[in-house]
Write a protein of this length. Structure first.
Length: 266
């Protein structure tokens, strides 16, 4: 059972802190259906084809996108998540789906340097919020590569890589999130700096690290898409009826055109 008082306290602090930690946010039945979908997404090569389509102009759009997967589509519009995002402290009533990424990494995988994921070219303001929901399908365990966030850093206007020279190093004021049960979610303001620490000494039989991240933006600006086939993604969602009751959730009019040269430079 979710601790609603704890969630409320975090929501009230979200404007200043920039993140929410939601242990066991997803129901076990949904988690059980997501795991084989992630496995198939990775093992069938669909994830790699989606990556290739983003970095290789000759690759063409992928045949499958994440929202084609039954449970992934349900996750993207999970009602408790939609209700949470609708809170005025987060996105408010009118917001649009931006993207969904699904991956499975070995428990001993490498870390990722400090960065943020707020889509703006160039970075110039934080007038409209963008939110990332990081779903840890298998949970997180100490020593197996945790998420680390820097509270309040979403209030800065900085380039995504402004702290990348620090690697995954320890920063004053950071919060380490590395002990959560399966089906847990961390909600971030997308401009919040965060890092993925490498596992310290994972046992040989450690389970893979499953993570699905979904992103959503408040309407009111043209948001840059992160995938050249973004229209295909939105069309799949509409064809599945995923945006029922939320007409803006998968509407194309909230996006600018994809610019490959800018996105993949540097």
């Amino acid at each position: 059972m979710r601790d609603t008082r704890a969630i409320e306290a975090q929501v009230e602090a979200f404007t200043e802190e920039g993140f929410l930690v939601l242990p066991g946010f997803l129901p076990a039945a949904l988690v059980e259906r997501l795991v084989p979908e992630v496995n198939k997404w990775v093992e069938a090569g669909w994830r790699q084809k989606s990556v290739d389509a983003c970095v290789d102009s000759e690759a063409g759009p992928p045949r499958m996108v994440e929202l084609d997967l039954e449970a992934h589509g349900e996750l993207a519009v999970y009602p408790p998540l939609m209700d949470l995002l609708s809170r005025p402290e987060l996105l408010g009533e009118s917001f649009v789906f931006h993207h969904l990424h699904s991956d499975r990494r070995p428990a001993g995988g490498a870390g990722k340097s400090w960065h943020h994921d707020y889509e703006q070219q160039p970075q110039r303001d934080r007038h409209l919020p963008m939110i990332h929901a990081l779903h840890y399908i298998g949970g997180l365990q100490p020593g197996l590569g945790g998420l680390v966030v820097l509270p309040g850093s979403h209030l800065e206007v900085a380039e995504k890589n402004a702290r990348s020279h620090l690697g995954t190093g320890v920063l004053p004021g950071e919060v380490v999130i590395d002990d959560m049960p399966p089906g847990s979610t961390v909600v971030l303001h997308s401009a919040l700096f965060h890092t993925r620490r490498a596992a310290s000494a994972p046992p040989a039989d450690s389970d893979p690290r499953y993570m699905i991240d979904g992103s959503y933006c408040r309407t009111g600006a043209l948001w840059p898409p992160v995938k050249p086939y973004w229209r295909q993604v939105l069309a799949v969602a509409r064809s599945r009826g995923l945006g029922a009751g939320r007409p803006e959730l998968f509407a194309e009019r909230h996006f600018s055109e994809y610019e490959r040269a800018k996105r993949h430079s540097g």
